[in-house]
Ligand binder design. Structure first.
Ligand code: GLN
Length: 245
């Protein structure tokens, strides 16, 4: 009897090591792997030193730091990010990814960390659009698989071209091969800063929130990330209030 108990205990301890959670796996590996699409300034983009930098990178770095590991960033096509996450190519996606019902069917999303919305970017002085429906008969470029793509796809009679990267969509616009790009507002503004021939030609057309995406089953990592986001959002003053009252 005692021997059996000892044996069972050993089996249990062994299986805990063998099937440790995702957090143990990351810690043992020594780095957190983040998937992103680095044509989405200021969230992720390639800087002059050829490094991927941006707001999302800093968020992921805060998660890695709290785990006591380093961060590895993998730059991927946006519409390939979720399939690659499912195939364990990364632990987490930080890609200015909008939390949608459809995506929630296949991945877990962290608490929202940024409010966003789509806008229409045009060449300066081209036209002003009050609504996305006014893109009927217009040549429009989007990045494949984005919420901007989904929104534009709904417009009857739109002449839509999809590109793997926003850089290409905006290049087409500058080259006059299309007349509009549907893009997230903060990223649209960031591109305009470097392309003075472009401007935002619409109000904000949708209400979206970004979340980090994590593979289903990795709830342990999800809770950890939510905790880090919460700590980042809490000011030192709030922390003092919490501690003393
Ligand atoms: N927020 C948009 C989406 O989730 C675009 C994100 C991106 O292109 N990186 O589809």
């Amino acid at each position: 009897m005692k021997r059996a108990t000892l044996f069972l205990t050993l089996v249990l301890v062994f299986s805990l090591f063998a099937f440790g959670g995702i957090i143990d796996t990351i810690k043992a590996r020594g780095y957190l792997v983040m998937g992103t699409n680095a044509t989405f300034p200021p969230f992720e983009f390639v800087d002059a030193k050829n490094e991927v930098v941006g707001f999302d990178i800093e968020l992921a770095r805060a998660v890695a730091k709290k785990l006591g590991v380093t961060l590895r960033v993998i730059d991927f096509a946006f519409d390939g990010l979720i399939p690659a996450l499912q195939a364990d190519k990364f632990d987490i996606i930080f890609a200015g990814m909008t939390i949608t019902e459809k995506r929630k069917e296949v991945v877990l999303f962290s608490d929202p960390y940024f409010d966003a919305g789509q806008v229409i970017v045009v060449r300066k002085g081209y036209k002003h659009f009050d609504d996305v429906d006014e893109l009927t008969n217009e040549k429009v470029a989007v990045q494949t698989g984005t919420t901007g793509d989904l929104m534009a796809t709904e417009v009857p009679g739109i002449i839509l071209t999809r590109f793997p990267h926003f850089t290409e969509a905006l290049m087409e616009l500058s080259l006059r091969r299309v007349n509009a790009v549907v893009i997230d507002s903060s990223t649209g503004e960031a591109y305009i800063k470097f392309n003075p021939n472009l401007e935002v030609g619409s109000p904000i057309l949708s209400a979206e929130s970004y979340g980090a995406a994590i593979k289903k089953g990795n709830e342990e990592l999800l809770n950890f990330v939510n905790q880090v986001l919460k700590e980042l959002k809490t000011s030192p003053y709030d922390a003092l209030l919490d501690a003393w009252f």
